[in-house]
Design a protein around this ligand. Structure first.
Ligand SMILES: NC(=O)c1ccc[n+]([C@@H]2O[C@H](COP(=O)([O-])OP(=O)(O)OC[C@H]3O[C@@H](n4cnc5c(N)ncnc54)[C@H](OP(=O)(O)O)[C@@H]3O)[C@@H](O)[C@H]2O)c1
Length: 370
């Protein structure tokens, strides 16, 4: 039987595709936004090849042009029916990931797309859905009266705060939970903040940690941060999802995909200082003033647009994220032989070296290094 993957061209999805190819022996069929099969294949090949991985299993990777926000996932009726018969597990990793976007902008893909995936799961051969959500669904849990959350906590529109993207992820989870109550076999994975690849420090330019670190470098300062972030590297996130999904008895389970201990937000900035940047710790207000003063710079502009920053970093005391625990998931990941990522100083040096290499122009005008 075959595996279907959405979001395979993305930060997490490309690595998840490779992990699934490594760990399964049938076709891995990727739904890709593209105007033709050739273009879909080319987009998937580039996404996987960019990882520099030696994957001798690429012939098993197939790409199908599709769109999560369209009826029948954008497939014609015949292709939809054939695929629904061929596939027996679905990894739904595709989403419109945008921390600053309005609800209306991301809902068609994040909620509508999840509904389309659920309809697909209900068609043809019985399927196991592996749904990728986010620990961000609990970002404002303290405001809903929860100081800590674990795998048994149920997210609501009260636990995710006023952020459009996170609200759509809660509603997508609710749609999956309702389908599971009606008999669908489903497993839920909630990654925390997904950090750059542990092997080469690679991360997309719109990645949260990348933006915040770059903005600190550009402004020469960072805010006093009180939060501790559930986080893991993108390679560990993909490995953990793949390994957990293929372990026995995962139906109906929820996994929090994060390194065992949350990452104190201030550690991000301390690592940048150790790397050689002269950064001053300032108040939240002073940081905002510094960002405004540098708003001609794309990193400063990106962070100014991220209201969610105050919650994720815990810049204001009343808006600290809750304590996240993932004991059940950590035990399951250990049992599935998933290695905990090393996110020590050497990792952050790799991440910052890569950031400097990839974004020399936008960082170099303003930073003082060495
Ligand atoms: N990054 C994080 O820090 C983080 C943290 C927690 C959870 N997550 C979750 O992890 C999953 C993957 O996130 P990511 O960081 O890998 O995001 P990403 O890099 O932005 O990738 C998103 C993927 O979804 C696809 N997609 C978007 N709209 C689509 C549509 N209408 N039809 C078909 N495909 C569409 C994108 O395709 P295109 O290439 O065509 O745009 C891309 O492959 C998401 O469910 C996200 O909520 C991410």
């Amino acid at each position: 039987m075959a595996v279907l993957l959405t979001g395979g061209t993305g930060f997490v999805g490309a690595r998840l595709c490779v992990e699934l190819l490594r760990r399964t022996d049938g076709p891995v069929i990727c739904l890709v936004r593209a105007e033709s099969v050739a273009r879909a294949e080319q987009r998937m090949r580039s996404a996987v090849e960019a990882l520099g991985e030696d994957v001798p299993v690429l012939p098993r990777m197939r790409a199908v042009p599709a769109d999560l926000s369209s009826a029948r996932l954008g497939l014609d009726e015949g292709a939809y029916r054939t695929l629904a018969e061929e596939v027996d597990s679905v990894y739904h990793c595709g989403a419109y990931v945008h921390l600053a976007a309005a609800y209306e902008r991301v809902a068609p893909v994040n909620i509508g797309g999840t509904r389309r995936v659920l309809e697909f799961c209900a068609a043809g051969t019985p399927k196991h859905l592996h749904h990728i959500s986010t620990l961000g669904v609990f970002l404002a849990a303290r405001e809903a009266g929860l100081d800590s959350v674990d795998e048994s906590t149920v997210p609501t529109l009260g636990t995710c705060g006023p952020f459009g993207y996170l609200r759509t992820k809660v509603e997508a989870e609710q749609a999956v939970a309702a389908a599971a109550e009606s008999g669908l076999t489903a497993t839920l994975y909630r990654p925390g903040l997904v950090l750059a690849d542990s092997r080469d420090g690679a991360a997309p330019a719109n990645d949260f940690t990348t933006c915040v670190l770059a903005a600190a470098i550009v402004t020469g300062c960072y805010p006093t941060a009180l939060g501790a972030l559930p986080a893991s590297t993108v390679d560990h996130t993909a490995q953990a999802i793949a390994a957990l999904s293929l372990a026995p008895d995962t139906a109906g389970k929820v996994f929090h995909v994060m390194r065992p201990e949350p990452l104190p937000a201030r550690e991000l900035f301390e690592r940048a200082r150790e790397h050689g940047y002269r950064l001053r710790e300032v108040t939240a207000q002073q940081w905002r003033v510094a960002l405004l003063a540098h708003r001609a710079n794309p990193w400063a502009r990106a962070v100014l647009a991220l209201e969610i920053c105050t919650y994720i970093l815990g810049i204001t005391p009343g808006r600290r994220p809750p304590r996240f625990s993932a004991d059940i998931s950590a035990d399951a990941a250990a049992a599935a032989s998933v290695r905990v990522p090393d996110t020590g100083p050497a990792y952050f040096h790799r991440l910052l070296d890569r950031l400097e290499r990839d974004h020399e122009e936008t960082l170099s005008a303003t930073h003082t290094s060495g």
